[in-house]
Design a protein around this ligand. Structure first.
Ligand code: CP3
Length: 353
């Protein structure tokens, strides 16, 4: 069934809307005091992800505060490598880590895509509970990491500044990296299809580290696997199109080739001018983005003025979903997020109708 507010889905399909819809990457997160309270009740971040009841609760928190046009499943991209047995944990203040990073050839040969129903049932349960709780008010976005971005964490064993291990593998043993990427692509495809089956109404693939690659390496190690996933996704459910959004952070130089892999929309980080991006991709895809998250450190007046610049640059017509160029920082004041959502809804009306 169509959500009562389906503005987000229509914009992704470049159908007419009355205003520009908005959601915010990491909209449920540490900048919200109520999130921190629920996380404390869960004990830690991973337990929060693994409890469908609590994941549902935090997914809804930003929607109770702000007039957002979509909900996003509360989870993490690293659930897949966790389900592959790499031993995900979050060391306090250090971000994600794996107990068993993937480096040895025999381990890479043994790597297998997890069956989502078996290993990731807690995510699928969260998706169906969230859908029920949303009661068709706004659409629910499912998501996954891209094969390359997941591989970065799997091979490095955590976050990295220089991607030394994965890039060494990429240049010295490209066959091994391709093997990991093939398994990841298979895992992401079945995981996203399972989320769609459970009720996700759009999906986003986060290629957070694709921008760390050279032009040639992006076109060999990230883009083809994104294309492979998209061609394997369920694109229609109950008569509704399921739009796919691809977000490569730092992908601004490659928008033309990204527009050709079958996605409905491309996410943009804040380094590109969105009007320029629109001219470059033409009518092939919708665009999502791309306010610098740091604007939200300022004040409501500045937030409104900066949002107006993005809307003005995109210009008249449909095909724009407003978002930040990356996730909202934990140091953001919720008051500025409220100002952003209201500003986008008010100021964008003149771009439509
Ligand atoms: O957007 C949403 O509200 C949905 C939830 C969501 C989270 N992570 C929750 C989260 C989504 C879509 C993600 C995706 C994710 N996770 C990405 C891709 C997007 C991006 O940021 O580029 C990546 C690279 C990860 C891996 C990850 N998870 C990192 C690097 C970290 C630590 C960074 C940090 O902000 O501390 C996490 C933890 C994480 N995932 C948090 C949240 C709300 C903070 C954890 C906490 O509560 O302590």
């Amino acid at each position: 069934m169509k959500p009562k507010n389906d503005t987000f889905l229509r914009a992704l399909l470049r159908q007419p809307t009355e205003y520009t819809p908005i959601w915010i990457m990491r909209q449920a997160g540490r900048y919200l005091p109520e999130y921190n309270q629920t996380r404390a009740r869960a004990g830690d971040f991973l337990s929060l992800c693994k409890s469908p009841d609590l994941a549902t609760e935090v997914t809804l928190q930003p929607l109770a505060r702000f007039g957002l046009d979509a909900a996003i499943l509360f989870s993490d991209i690293l659930t897949i490598p966790d389900a592959m047995g790499l031993g995900l944990y979050f060391a306090a203040g250090e971000g994600p880590k794996f107990e068993r990073p993937l480096r040895d050839e025999w381990e890479i040969r043994d790597l297998a895509a997890p069956d989502p129903a078996d290993k990731l049932g807690y995510v699928l349960d969260a998706v169906s509970q969230i859908r029920k709780a949303l009661d068709n008010s706004v659409p629910l976005i499912g998501f996954s990491g891209s094969p390359f971005t997941l591989a970065c964490y799997m091979v490095e064993g955590g976050g990295s500044d220089d991607f030394r291990h994965i890039k060494t593998m990429m240049y010295a043993r490209p066959d091994l990296l391709h093997r990991i990427l093939e398994v990841n692509a298979e895992a992401v495809t079945s995981y996203l299809n399972a989320q769609i089956e459970a009720g996700a109404q759009a999906v986003q693939i986060f290629d957070s580290w694709g921008g760390a690659l050279s032009h040639a390496a992006y076109h060999e190690f990230s883009l083809p696997y994104l294309e492979r996933i998209i061609s394997g996704l369920t694109r229609e459910k109950d008569g509704q199109r399921i739009p796919v959004i691809v977000f490569t952070k730092g992908g601004g130089l490659w928008l033309e080739s990204m527009a050709d892999i079958g996605a409905d929309a491309l996410g943009l980080d804040w380094t590109v001018d969105i009007g320029d991006a629109r001219r470059r991709v033409g009518d092939k895809v919708a665009l999502q983005g791309n306010l610098d998250p740091a604007v939200l450190f300022s004040n409501p007046e500045t937030v409104r003025a900066e949002a107006a610049k993005v809307l003005q640059s995109y210009g008249k017509g449909t095909g724009h979903v407003f978002n930040l160029g990356h996730g909202v920082s934990q140091f953001t004041s919720p008051e500025n997020v409220a100002a952003l959502v209201d500003a986008v809804h008010e100021l964008s009306r003149e771009n439509h109708g």
